[in-house]
Design a protein around this ligand. Structure first.
Ligand SMILES: Cc1ncc(C[n+]2csc(CCOP(=O)(O)OP(=O)(O)O)c2C)c(N)n1
Ligand SMILES: [Mg+2]
Length: 894
């Protein structure tokens, strides 16, 4: 059969002429090959266009396999044994889910999705996916999350999971079970990539493939033969993240990336595109973006029919038939398909007249045909300069019979009836006798059976078992000593700088350490100039796979925009989700490439968590190690940018991620101590934490590191200003970020204007303070008779008298976190920036949000009045003196 689909036009005015052209093409194809044919066609189209013909672009091809049978590479495997292994995996996956749901514990799980993707996985495991070994860095596989039961089933066959673990599917609390979906947090030696929040797998896989190229280009690792495979559902492709970065994969020529979309035509509720064709739609999306698209629609049983389809009528029917109809066929039987599919054209009914209903039922889909899958994978492996997507047509609930196959509710099927179980056993030839079927036993062949030997042989040939995850890098780089950051620790020496500038200085200092420098990965989303990092363009170079093929406009300047094949900076453009995915790839490099890196992703804090929150959660799950710098942070510190820029809550949002360490520092030395300790924890101690640190753009003078402050900085608070006043009335003021400076000013006012002694604490992290307090409180609850542990906040404040007032540039919830740990009987008053931001000067905004020095002072006086050390009248006087309007609107309402 020719490689060119010969779909007849509906109304062909001159069939003979058409035939002649097609024959001419056929001749070229035969004698000179497809490349020449392609060239001639392009010339024809070009000529027609230039002569004024309107030729609309079509990104789709006929609804048949991209690879014609005669070009299929044959699998060298033992097909019969592979089929046995696949059947055992399908069976055991079903058993695992069904048994987990035998009781009424509602544990859940999915059978139908793995049933559809099982053959696609099987071929990967048997022939394509390398485990990390001495000869290979290991391929990276993003498994479709909710098909995890099938991955477990295979690991059980391989002897990597015990029956007890399988029986404890989704029962993790006692430590014996296995997780619902791929979660590195819960199974750190097994799963690599959390994929089950749909769309996050595809975008991460793209950036991972690019990161492997980056490591290679920089000479950090040999990744030339490593591939990234991403399996996703056809329903999943509706997530914006799934398709959002496919253009980048083309620009970067990611031929190490293979997407496999499991096109079972269904999602959770029903068909993905009942009225259309998802494969055609995705073909257009990917082909239009420039991907190599391999459609894997029909299985081998169709080949003879298609070969006989000389006039293209079968092809036409395939094209006309909607996904809703295709789904319906597979939920019925051969007779139904004969009547409703072939029956649409008498010639086609005739074509299949000698086939039995069983024969018709056996006409398989490409995604269930191991030969066709092998051919598609082999072609994808060889393809150069483009990423490949394989659009594989499958059947949801494949093999689940009348109860589950291609039915709309099949996604959630977890309790299988006796008929289904018996049917599966028979269809898959599982050697379990009738009288044991109700026990739903797993089936594991004997260790010396041909199947088991083959299974292990195949994995040994590919370097070991998958999935597997590395928890530590073998040789992380030595972190420079804290003294390396002296330029920042010493203070700004009279100059006014921002913490963002201090950060850039810290980065610069780290880059001076030759051995360490190459591990630093600066990542920016088109915001380097905002943060004063443009100097690094020239110094480090911007990674560009093709180097710089043009003369940059600013070439004559010191800090010109330098792109380089081995550039170190990842400049991601206006794409926070992509830049964050890039950071994840770098922050998990210790695991996937045995190479510890120190990624610093700096971005507008407002376009942080609230933009990529679910990816941040996935970053925690996969034990990322790296720094996130929320730049130009704070509701009133980034003054002019207004409502959609001014961040007053990112700290609250990040505080929900258990392994994300959060800081809101004020001074360069605080930042230096925090970053240095972060490097120590993440690179040297290899702790599975990552950091969220806010940096600001307000300029002021920075003092030098006070002696002995390091521990307090890291724990979350330290005494910054001790009042020399002998006054009886005393307050404890706390502040973070730039608002700490308002707090310091308030302390002066309190002493000068009201004779109140004010100690000031720099609260580098209300979040870490709360975590410390909660841990102590929890321990005390469970050890009621032991000496109680005292939260760090309590320890600090116990030593000093007076009510406590805290202020930050974030919503009140942020500082309020430590309320339970304020020593008993001490009033605690919190100031924060609740409400929508708006543009104005910092001074105006701080008045508006009631976090300026005057409000801090008034709040302190009010707290003193309440605790009996002051008078309400003094508060009124202060309000008047500082010209605070008592009737001003509540900032949360305007
Ligand atoms: C972001 C997100 N939204 C919703 C879900 C819940 N969910 C899990 S599987 C599924 C349907 C998946 O359909 P498809 O991608 O076609 O995969 P299939 O099971 O058909 O292979 C849904 C809605 C999820 N896991 N993630
Ligand atoms: Mg689907």
């Amino acid at each position: 059969m020719s490689a060119v689909p010969q779909l007849p036009a509906a109304n062909d005015p001159d069939e003979l002429e058409t035939k002649e052209w097609l024959e001419a093409l056929e001749a070229v194809l035969e004698r000179e090959g497809p490349e020449r044919a392609h060239y001639l066609l392009e010339q024809l189209v070009e000529k027609a266009r230039r002569s004024g013909a309107y030729i609309p672009f079509s990104a789709t091809t006929a609804y048949i396999n991209t690879i014609p049978p005669h070009l299929e590479e044959r699998s060298p495997g033992d097909h019969a044994l592979e089929e046995r292994i696949r059947s055992y995996c399908r069976w055991n996956a079903m058993v695992m889910v069904a048994r987990a749901n035998k009781n009424d514990d509602e544990l859940g799980g999915h059978i139908a999705s793995f049933a559809s993707v099982g053959t696609l996985f099987g071929q990967g495991f048997n022939h394509f996916w390398h485990a990390p070994s001495d000869h290979h860095g290991g391929d990276l596989i993003y498994f479709q999350g909710h098909s995890s039961p099938g991955i477990y089933a295979r690991a059980q066959l391989e002897g990597r999971l015990s029956e007890a673990q399988m029986l404890n599917f989704r029962r993790e609390v006692d430590g014996k079970g296995i997780s619902s979906y791929p979660h590195p947090w819960l199974m750190p030696e097994f799963w690599q990539f959390p994929t089950v929040s749909m769309g996050l797998g595809p975008i991460q896989a793209i950036y991972m493939a690019r990161f492997l190229k980056y490591l290679h280009a920089r000479g950090m690792a040999d990744t030339a033969n490593r591939k990234v495979w991403c399996f996703c559902g056809d329903g999943e492709m509706d997530e914006p993240e799934s398709l959002g970065a496919i253009g980048m994969a083309v620009r970067e020529k990611l031929d190490n990336l293979i997407f496999v979309v499991n096109c079972n035509l269904q999602r959770l509720d029903g068909p993905v595109r009942g009225n259309g064709k998802i494969i055609q739609e995705l073909e257009a999306d990917f082909r239009g973006a420039g991907w190599n698209v391999i459609k894997l629609i029909w299985g081998s049983y169709w080949d003879p029919l298609l070969a006989r389809d000389k006039d293209g009528l079968l092809l036409r029917l395939m094209q006309e038939t909607l996904d809703g109809e295709y789904q319906n066929y597979k939920a019925n039987d051969g007779a139904f398909v004969r009547k409703n599919f072939f029956g649409k054209y008498p010639q086609l009914l005739e074509m299949v007249s000698r086939m039995t209903d069983e024969d018709i039922w056996r006409l398989n889909r490409g995604g269930h045909d191991p030969h066709k899958i092998y051919a598609a994978y082999a072609a994808a492996m060889k393809h150069k300069d483009q990423p490949t997507v394989i659009l594989a047509k499958t059947i949801k609930g494949y093999g689940l019979g009348k109860q589950g196959q291609a039915k709309n509710p099949t996604h959630q099927l977890k309790k299988v009836d006796v008929e289904t179980i018996r049917g599966m056993r028979d269809r898959m030839n599982i050697p379990i006798p009738d009288d044991q079927l109700d026990k739903l036993p797993f089936y594991i062949p004997a260790p010396d059976s041909p199947e088991m030997k083959y299974l292990h042989e195949r994995r040994q040939a590919l370097g070991g078992y998958l999935p597997q995850r590395r928890s530590k890098a073998d040789a992380p780089p030595a972190v420079p000593a804290l003294a390396a950051l002296d330029p920042v620790l010493k203070g700004s020496e009279g100059r006014e700088i921002s913490t963002t500038m201090a950060f850039v200085r810290i980065l610069t200092a780290l880059l001076r350490d030759k051995a360490f420098a190459k591990h630093v990965v600066p990542i920016v989303p088109d915001e380097a100039r905002t943060f004063g990092m443009e100097g690094m363009f020239r110094q480090l170079g911007i990674y560009a796979a093709e180097g710089q093929k043009y003369e940059p406009v600013d070439r004559d300047q010191l800090m010109y925009y330098r792109e380089d094949k081995s550039g170190q900076i990842l400049e991601e453009g206006i794409n926070e989700a992509g830049a964050f995915s890039s950071w994840i790839a770098a922050a998990t490099s210790y695991s996937h490439s045995n190479l510890a890196m120190a990624p610093f992703y700096i971005y507008y804090s407002m376009f942080g968590f609230q933009r990529f929150g679910d990816l941040a959660w996935a970053a925690g799950d996969q034990r990322c190690r790296g720094f996130l710098l929320g730049g130009t942070a704070g509701r009133t510190t980034l003054n002019g940018e207004g409502l959609q820029h001014e961040d007053g809550h990112s700290h609250v949002l990040f505080s929900v991620i258990p392994n994300c360490v959060c800081y809101d520092p004020t001074y360069g030395y605080e930042l230096a101590v925090i970053i240095h300790d972060g490097l120590r924890r993440m690179l040297e101690a290899q702790e599975d934490v990552f950091y969220y640190i806010t940096v600001m753009n307000e300029n002021y003078e920075h003092p030098a590191l006070p002696e002995g402050a390091e521990q307090g900085i890291l724990k979350g608070m330290y005494l910054l200003r001790e009042s020399k006043s002998k006054a009886k009335a005393r307050v404890q003021l706390m502040g973070s970020g730039t608002i700490l400076r308002e707090v310091l000013a308030a302390a002066e006012l309190l002493e000068q204007d009201w004779g109140v002694a004010a100690d000031v604490w720099s609260a580098t992290s209300f979040t870490e303070l709360r975590r410390d307090g909660l841990a102590a409180e929890r321990w005390n609850l469970l050890h009621p008779e032991d000496k109680p542990r005292v939260p760090y906040v309590t320890q600090c404040l116990d030593k000093r008298a007076g009510p406590v007032v805290a202020a930050s540039d974030y919503i009140k919830t942020f500082a309020d976190q430590i309320r339970p740990f304020i020593p008993p009987g001490r009033p605690y008053r919190v100031l924060g920036t609740d409400g929508y931001g708006r543009s104005d000067s910092r001074a105006k905004l701080r008045y508006f949000f009631e976090v300026n020095r005057h409000f801090v002072a008034v709040a302190a006086l009010k707290a003193l009045a309440e605790s009996g050390d002051g008078k309400a009248k003094t508060v009124s006087e202060a309000i008047k003196k500082y010209k605070l309007d008592p009737e001003k609107p509540d900032p949360t309402t305007v």
